[in-house]
Unconditional design. Structure first.
Length: 537
């Protein structure tokens, strides 16, 4: 392969519909030598993309037709680079049957005054294979929990508004394929434990405790130009209140907030595969916004997630799931914008399903706690790749974390071409409930490259794990900072290193505040000692 060719240029299979498909690619091996890319559909130029935008969604395609797309790199003068063309082909799906829920025979209230849960669920049940259940532009539909099924599209171009009636989030055992307790709460997973929770607003799949690797729902697209509003803290508090008895529900109380863990999410996927979430604006969940449990192949892009002020208002939480993509998404949340999880001790160690093969790129993290890997990582987390992500105005930046009792591991994490306001890998003290694992957590094999770290103090904190009783140590191991720029500010502690092994700096630089805006693309570097004694302005 030529060094200036893009890598892995292809259409993401789960994004292919009758009229659209999304392309993604990796940067060339020598990305600093190119200016951008041009995309050709058949022989027609359709788009010019900058170097850091490695995706494009094709629209207005014809159903059931084969297309050919070519990408070519541009040099710094905007000229095509010879011998860099890469081509891919794909075929769109057949035209989908569309069910407008506001029309006959359903007649859902388009003003959002009357509850339409039963009507929407009936439309979903009636939807044929590859069909679309549609909330049209301008319609406001009030609903409780909905169950999507395999081989369907749920398209929201208007507004789906969550009901505040918690009875709309219980299920009848004879109508649900998963486990349900006597109070109508289905089995879910929250903060690392499988437990019975209120249903989420949108549900895809269920947990099969006999075979967590079995796919129970697949080939679902959740899309549209509209908004899904989740009920926020009022719904979350209403769900908590009936379960605030500490003696009756002790498993929900370790954080000192009774009933907190029974809340549903905005969107919950369980043992699902080939799920496509795109274009929607997701607002005010009762706790987490998008939660994937034991899932495989979920693609999220073009989404806006807003949950400021929400208790536990996480944005996107992959939980013991694999082969995931998220890109071109904006976060402003009340907690972790993204939190990659794999269960809590001891259950996470016993179930032993890692979160792995997760690719995150072109993300705008504009507030909240930042991006977390852990602290629920007892089943392990591995092969996580960040590229072209910007984290600003967050509390913790990009944080790899675990509690001493968790066990498990975080390994093979790469952060390339990003802007971070802090980078940490360290122990945390909270949520120390559940029987301890036999070994301390392990965090290892991390690469931070072509990245600027600026904003928080300390900019970098790497601390290993120490068992105070046995003095056993699990150091942070094999972390490389290559061509990384750090903000310079006199009198501030830049980095903290405790119980670490094989921490390597290659061509790192300290830069002044005035140079920060240019740092992410800057290639001029100088050698950096651990004390930060050298400086470039």
């Amino acid at each position: 392969m030529e060094p200036f060719q893009v890598i892995d240029f292809h259409v993401v299979p789960s994004t292919i519909g009758a009229h659209q498909a999304t392309l993604i690619w990796e940067k060339p091996l020598h990305a600093q030598a190119i200016f951008g890319y041009q995309l050709f559909l058949e022989n027609d130029l359709i788009q010019t993309r900058p170097t850091n935008k490695t995706h494009w969604t094709l629209t207005n395609l014809s159903a059931d037709q084969t297309y050919q797309v070519t990408i070519i790199c541009l040099d710094h003068q905007g000229c095509l680079l010879t011998n860099t063309a890469v081509t891919t082909t794909f075929r769109t799906k057949k035209k989908s049957v569309v069910i407008d829920v506001t029309q006959a025979p359903y007649h859902a209230d388009s003003k959002g005054k009357e509850d339409s849960t039963t009507i929407l669920q009936q439309a979903i049940n009636d939807c044929p294979s590859n069909g679309t259940v549609w909330i049209p532009t301008g319609a406001v539909i009030l609903s409780g929990a909905l169950e999507l099924k395999s081989n369907m599209i749920f398209q929201v171009d208007g507004t789906l508004q969550a009901s505040l009636d918690i009875e709309k989030y219980r299920v009848a055992p004879h109508e649900y394929l998963g486990s349900v307790n006597q109070e109508g709460l289905p089995l879910s997973r929250y903060e690392g434990w499988e437990l019975f929770c209120f249903h989420s607003l949108i549900n895809i799949g269920y947990i099969d405790q006999g075979d967590r690797g079995r796919i129970v729902c697949e080939n679902v697209r959740l899309c549209g130009k509209g908004t899904i509003i989740g009920g926020g803290n009022p719904l979350g508090l209403a769900m908590r209140n009936p379960y605030a008895d500490r003696e009756q529900y002790p498993e929900y109380v370790s954080d000192g907030k009774p009933g907190r863990r029974v809340r549903g999410r905005l969107i919950c996927m369980m043992q699902a595969k080939n799920i496509h979430l795109t274009e929607l604006t997701l607002i005010d969940p009762p706790c987490w916004t998008v939660h994937m449990i034991y899932c495989d192949t979920v693609v999220t892009h073009g989404v806006i997630i807003q949950s400021k002020g929400i208790d536990n208002g996480d944005g996107w939480d992959p939980d013991s799931s694999q082969n995931l993509l998220i890109f071109d998404t904006v976060f402003d949340t009340g907690d972790d914008c993204i939190a990659i999880k794999s269960g809590k001790n001891p259950e996470g160690n016993q179930i032993n399903r890692p979160a792995k093969n997760i690719r995150l790129f072109d993300l705008a993290i504009r507030g909240g706690h930042g991006i977390a890997i852990g602290s629920e990582q007892s089943g392990g987390v591995e092969n996580i790749a960040f590229r072209d992500c910007q984290l600003t105005n967050t509390l913790y930046g990009l944080e790899l974390k675990a509690q001493n009792d968790r066990g498990g591991y975080i390994r093979q994490v790469t952060i390339i071409d990003c802007l971070l306001d802090r980078f940490m890998a360290h122990p945390v003290a909270y949520n120390a409930d559940g029987q301890a694992a036999q070994q301390l957590p392990i965090i290892s094999d991390i690469l931070v490259k072509n990245t600027c770290i600026v904003g928080q103090n300390p900019l970098v904190e790497l601390k290993g794990f120490v068992d105070e009783q046995t003095q056993q140590v699990s150091p942070i191991q094999r972390v490389t900072f290559e061509s990384v720029a750090f903000e310079s500010a006199k009198g501030q502690k830049k980095m903290i290193f405790e119980q670490c092994q094989e921490i390597c700096f290659k061509e790192a630089s300290i830069i002044d505040q005035a140079a920060i805006s240019d740092a992410i693309s800057c290639r001029e570097t100088v050698e950096l000692s651990l004390m930060g004694q050298k400086k470039r302005t």
